[in-house]
Design a protein around this ligand. Structure first.
Ligand SMILES: *Cc1c(COP(=O)(O)O)cnc(C)c1O
Length: 427
């Protein structure tokens, strides 16, 4: 056997022993040549979703029409929120699924700044997802530049040191807003330690769980987190643009308010009172009518993650990311690929970034259907990151092996040179 044949055999053996292997069949993976490593950006369609949604469309909407509001639709946001709460270590009444992550970030950051009126500092880091930073910049503008936003610098372009972060927080800091897993490098903050330090300085914390939820166990209550938001179309497989969620710790809920006083956040929306009174609890962060179709699509998806269990998912994700990093060291390091993620798994989420000066064209070659044995879908993030998303529900060890072989071949044989470096609109 050649070196690579026996190595591929080893990957197949790992897949056989995988306790989560049966979950792959719950997803629509029709093309045996496709290796999908972008579940951290858009999860794969669960097999059950089309029929589930078909029923919502043709029965609930088509036949029952508006009567469905009284036979399930009105409670659906709550039921789905309770499932999300289980995945993130929150109480059922602390989570509500609504709007997009960006909008929820806005609502909760606004609420925090209104609560902490004496403090004018906002802290995030320079590696945060751009929308998270834009929302904070927008709030500084909205509050007429009374606040100042500090972006904590990264020494290595990969992570943020606790020391630097702590030094940026002082007794004028109202809010610290961070992503639990950083979208480019996969750097994972220690939620418990950071939250404790932020509280010790009298500030509030808002965690964006978008790149963590469904891949990393999260214990919001155990960490005493104030606020959190997150999206459901990445590791939770809710479908493109599926509604996001927000979390507010129980004791804070009645002390804060949403900047959007919409009727779904009113105490009794169907009284049609002309004066706004906020609903008690988390519901005050609802604004308008929930998107019933995309909301309903979350039901089969969340059931799969709950069934698999976060600890088992994390264990497989760590094993796979370690395996992928071993493959990189063995096959790709000498070809100009460098590791763009922390090598310590305790500081890493569920994707691995490999950097290369030809990253963009390598991605194009991987995705091209006429190049190589497999079509590999990772994604590219400026300036030189190839993100390889590991989704333990459906990623196989052999997928990682085959993808690495394609990455090797594309550079060794300069196949990327056939592709233009002109960027697509969505990368
Ligand atoms: C994916 C992601 C978002 C996306 O926000 P949307 O409003 O859903 O587009 C926001 N923040 C982080 C950290 C993300 O990873």
């Amino acid at each position: 056997m050649t070196d690579s044949t026996s190595q591929r055999y080893y990957a197949l053996e790992l897949d056989k022993k995988d306790p989560l292997k049966q979950f792959r069949h719950r997803f629509q993976l029709k093309d045996p040549r496709l290796i999908y490593l972008d579940g951290n950006s858009l999860g794969i369609l669960p097999v059950e979703t089309p029929s589930h949604l078909g029923n919502v469309v043709s029965e609930e909407w088509g036949r029952e029409l508006i009567r469905s509001w009284n036979t399930g639709w009105y409670e659906r946001s709550k039921q789905i929120s309770e499932k999300i709460a289980k995945l993130i270590g929150a109480k059922p009444n602390e989570v509500i699924v609504t709007d997009s992550t960006s909008v929820n970030l806005f609502k909760l950051s606004y609420a925090a700044l209104k609560l902490k009126t004496g403090r004018k500092g906002i802290v995030t880091d320079e590696l945060n997802f751009p929308t998270d930073i834009y929302v904070l910049q927008g709030l500084v503008d909205l509050f007429q530049n009374q606040h100042h936003l500090t972006l904590v610098k990264s020494a290595d372009g990969m992570g943020i040191s606790l020391y630097e972060l702590e030094n940026s927080i002082n007794d004028g800091t109202a809010l610290v807003s961070l992503s639990h897993v950083l979208y480019k490098s996969s750097f994972l903050y220690n939620m418990k330690v950071v939250t404790g330090r932020v509280h010790a300085k009298g500030a509030m914390i808002l965690w964006d769980l978008s790149h963590a939820v469904g891949a990393v166990p999260i214990d919001l209550n155990g960490c005493n987190v104030d606020f959190a938001v997150g999206c459901t179309y990445k590791y939770l497989n809710g479908g493109p643009g599926s509604p996001a969620f927000l979390y507010v710790r129980e004791d804070l809920q009645d002390k804060i308010q949403s900047p959007v006083w919409g009727w779904f956040g009113q105490k009794n929306p169907f009284d049609f009172q002309i004066n706004y009174e906020p609903a008690s609890g988390i519901d005050r962060f609802l604004a308008g009518t929930p998107p019933m179709l995309s909301l309903s699509a979350l039901n089969p998806s969340l059931d799969i993650s709950l069934e698999a269990g976060m600890d088992a998912l994390r264990q497989k994700s760590v094993e796979q990311s370690k395996y992928l990093i071993d493959l990189w060291r063995h096959f790709l390091d000498i070809l100009g690929y460098t590791l763009g993620s922390p090598s310590d798994e305790n500081q890493r989420g569920s994707h691995v970034s490999l950097k290369h000066k030809e990253a963009y064209r390598i991605c194009k070659a991987l995705i091209d259907e006429n190049t190589g044995k497999f079509t590999v879908i990772p994604d590219f993030r400026e300036p030189d990151n190839i993100r390889l998303g590991i989704t333990p529900l459906y990623t196989r060890f052999v997928d990682l092996f085959d993808a690495v072989m394609e990455m090797k071949d594309i550079v060794e044989n300069r196949i990327y040179e056939k592709f233009s470096s002109q960027k697509d609109k969505v990368t």
